[in-house]
Design a binder for this molecule. Structure first.
Ligand code: ADP
Length: 323
C-alpha cells in the first residue's frame, strides 16, 4: 500500500475533520501518500481527487462539517457506475480508501471492497444508529448542543410556567431524544421506538404542575409523527388538553453544526489513525467500532446484517428520574 484515499459521505457530523486530519498525519507517519476524495462517492465517480499534505489539515481539528464536503450520490448503488469510480481510483494509484460516514457510506465502502478496492470505514453520524460501535463520531457534540438548548429553554420555562416541546433529530432512532432528554432532565421523552399516548402525557404534565413543578420540558424525536412536524403536532394536542400555554422549539440543523466536542475530536483522532494502520497492515472490509474505550474491527457483513437497538433500560431510567 503506497497511497490511500479518504472520503466523507452522507450527512456530515462534527469531528469528521478531526478524522481526516488524523488519517493524513498517520498516513504520512507511515510513509504513505494520502489523497482527499471530494464530495464522497460523487468525487470517486468524477475523479475529483486532491493530494493532502500535513499542512492541508492544519487548523481543522476544531471545525465542524468536512473540508472534503459530502454530496449524495445515489448512482453509486449501480455496479456499472462504480466501475467508473474504480477506474478513476486505479488511474490515480489509490490502493485503499478510508470512508467516513453512516450506514449508506458503509454500504458504498462494502461494494467497493467486494469489487477489489480495499476499504475501511469509520462510523460518523449524529444518530448513533450504527451496529457494532457504542458511539459514532459527532453524537457527543450533537448531544451537547441539545442539552445546552434544553438548559436555556428551561430557564425561560421556569420563569413563565409554560410547557415547552423541543424537537430533536431522529427519523427512525430515538437515541438523540433519549440521551438528550435524560442528560437535559426532560420531564417527558417521546421516541419512535416506544408507543405514546398524548392523553397520558397531558395527565403527567397536569399532575406535575399540581405537585409544584415549575416547568415541563417534553423532548420529542422528529420521527414520532410522520405526517408533519412532530413538535407542532404534540404541542397543539397538549395545549388543547391542558389549556396551558405550550411553546414549541425545533432544533433542526443546529444539532449537526458547531465545533466538535473534546470527546468527538478524541475518538475521531483515534479511529482515523487506526483506520490507516489497518489498511497498511492489509486489513479491509471492516468498520472500526468503539467498545467501551477500546477500538475493535467489525466485518461489514456483521454491521450491515444487524440493527442497533436502543438501550431501553436508559429509557426506563429517564422516566424514573423525570418524576
Ligand atoms: P449515510 O452514510 O449518512 O447513511 P446516505 O445514506 O446518504 O448517508 O449514503 C451516503 C452515500 O453512500 C450515498 O449518497 C451513496 O453514494 C452511497 N450509498 C448508499 N447506499 C449504498 C448502497 N447500497 N450501495 C452503494 N452505495 C451506497
Amino acid at each position: 500500500m503506497k497511497k490511500i484515499g479518504v472520503l466523507t459521505s452522507g450527512g456530515d457530523s462534527p469531528g469528521m475533520n478531526a478524522a481526516i486530519r488524523a488519517i493524513v498525519r498517520k498516513g504520512k507517519a507511515l510513509g504513505l501518500d494520502v489523497m482527499g476524495i471530494n464530495s464522497g462517492y460523487k468525487g470517486c465517480l468524477a475523479g475529483d481527487f486532491r493530494d493532502l499534505d500535513l499542512t492541508d489539515v492544519s487548523g481543522i481539528i476544531e471545525e465542524g462539517g468536512t473540508i472534503l464536503r459530502s454530496k449524495r450520490a445515489p448512482e453509486f448503488k449501480e455496479k456499472e457506475e462504480r466501475a467508473k469510480a474504480i477506474r478513476n481510483l486505479s488511474q490515480n494509484e489509490i490502493d485503499g480508501i478510508v470512508a467516513i460516514g453512516g450506514d449508506g457510506t458503509l454500504r458504498g465502502a462494502n461494494a467497493l471492497n467486494r469489487e477489489g478496492v480495499p476499504t475501511v470505514c469509520i462510523p460518523a453520524t449524529i444518530d448513533n444508529d450504527i451496529y457494532g460501535t457504542d458511539m459514532t463520531i459527532g453524537v457527543d457534540t450533537c448531544l451537547n448542543t441539545v442539552v445546552e438548548s434544553v438548559d436555556r429553554i428551561r430557564t425561560t420555562a421556569s420563569a413563565l410556567e409554560r410547557t415547552f416541546i423541543v424537537e430533536v433529530m431522529g427519523r427512525n432512532s430515538g437515541y438523540i431524544a433519549l440521551m438528550g432528554g435524560l442528560s437535559g432532565g426532560a420531564e417527558v421523552i417521546l421516541i419512535p421506538e416506544v408507543e405514546y399516548n398524548l392523553e397520558e402525557v397531558a395527565k403527567n404534565i397536569y399532575n406535575g404542575y399540581k405537585r409544584g413543578k415549575q416547568h415541563m420540558i417534553v423532548v420529542v424525536a422528529e420521527g414520532i409523527y410522520k405526517e408533519g412536524s412532530a413538535a407542532h403536532y404534540v404541542g397543539k394536542n397538549l395545549k388543547e388538553q391542558i389549556g396551558f400555554e405550550v411553546r414549541v422549539t425545533v432544533l433542526g440543523h443546529m444539532q449537526r453544526g458547531g465545533n466538535p466536542s473534546a470527546y468527538d475530536r478524541g475518538i475521531a483522532s483515534r479511529l482515523g489513525a487506526e483506520a490507516v494502520t489497518c489498511l497498511s497492515e492489509g486489513k479491509k472490509g471492516v468498520m472500526l467500532g468503539l467498545h467501551g474505550h477500546n477500538i475493535e474491527t467489525v466485518d461489514y457483513s456483521e454491521v450491515l446484517s444487524n440493527k442497533k437497538e436502543l438501550d431501553m433500560e436508559l429509557y426506563d431510567l429517564a422516566e424514573t428520574l423525570a418524576q
